[in-house]
Design a protein around this ligand. Sequence first.
Ligand SMILES: [Zn+2]
Ligand SMILES: [Zn+2]
Length: 149
Amino acid sequence: MLCLTGSAGRADHRLSDESTMHKGSCLSGSIKFTVSGDLGPGEICHCQQCRQWTGHQLASTEVSRSALHIEDTSQLKWYHSSPKVRRGFCGQCGSPLFFDPIDQEKHNWIAISLGTFTTPTAVKIEQHIFTAEKGDYYEITDGAPQNEY
Ligand SMILES: [Zn+2]
Ligand SMILES: [Zn+2]
């Protein structure tokens, strides 16, 4: 059920990955999803594409594909923003949900917009990326490391 990577030595942990279940949805509720296990570190992407896609900037967390379960995909649309990436959004309300690398063998992860979680994430923003493309109307003031690209 869960990805077994790194399972060695975890047997002693009372709070196994399966005990943590995160939930989220798009604005209209058409797309609901769950993620089992801890979420990856949070990062904010300031690139032009993410800013246009979200209307501001993309705060996301990476999880292993096997940890993500999407309940209903009938409204889930995909936009290929580059040959390497497709972005999943709700066809009814437009919420940006998933940042999905096309090469799934090389990238065993999918990024999920942090704003779409409806349960506590326990995630902290650990870095900013593509700050060279950030908008001129805001400052980055949280103290997390900033990477130009
Ligand atoms: Zn929706
Ligand atoms: Zn970006």
